[in-house]
Write a protein that binds this ligand. Structure first.
Ligand code: FES
Length: 170
């Protein structure tokens, strides 16, 4: 009889332990799902690509590479100065333009254009890119990403996109 009571008490303890674990799991899921949703939502949002006017044909001399600034395609309300971005724009002929990301493909530092050397240089770890954006030296794993450029009614426009940093773990 005593053994039977001990068995019943043990069963009750096991049941209560399972119940508390189950309820604890439910409470954790109830609290965790909205937090997880808030963290992942920006990653799943479709980022808009739009054409931005960055100047007129007269603003860019043939043979020059200029730093142009524009607003990101999909800035968040809290973005502050990060809502603004930039690109290097080269004018090769009357209507031929190339636009390069300013961000190095190694760790995202802003590259600068060195006219005399005819190279893009990254000040962070010595990354060097040729004038066509391909890697010349240093740790960058890929060429500088390019943006589409068009001329419409005398306005030079680039199709803006999120900054494509390709290797953030190296
Ligand atoms: S961030 Fe440009 S070389 Fe490292």
């Amino acid at each position: 009889m005593k053994q039977r009571e001990t068995g019943t008490e043990e069963d009750r303890r096991r049941f209560l332990m399972k119940l508390s674990l189950g309820l604890g799991g439910l409470a954790a899921a109830a609290a965790g799902i909205p937090v997880l949703g808030a963290l992942l939502a920006p990653l799943l949002e479709k980022t808009g690509q739009t054409w931005r006017t960055v100047g007129t044909l007269r603003d860019f001399e043939i043979g020059t590479t200029s730093l142009i600034k524009y607003e990101n395609p999909n800035p968040q309300a809290w973005a502050g100065v990060t809502a603004h971005s930039a690109a290097w724009l080269r004018r090769d002929s009357e209507k031929e333009f190339l636009a390069f990301s300013v961000n190095c493909t190694h760790l995202g530092c802003p590259v600068r254009w060195e006219q005399k050397a005819d190279l893009f240089m990254c000040p962070c770890h010595g990354g060097v890119y040729y004038r066509d954006g391909t890697v010349a030296a240093g740790p960058p794993p890929n060429s500088l990403p390019q943006y589409a450029v068009r001329v419409k009614s005398g306005q030079v426009q680039i199709r803006t996109a999120p900054i494509p940093i390709t290797n953030i773990t190296a």
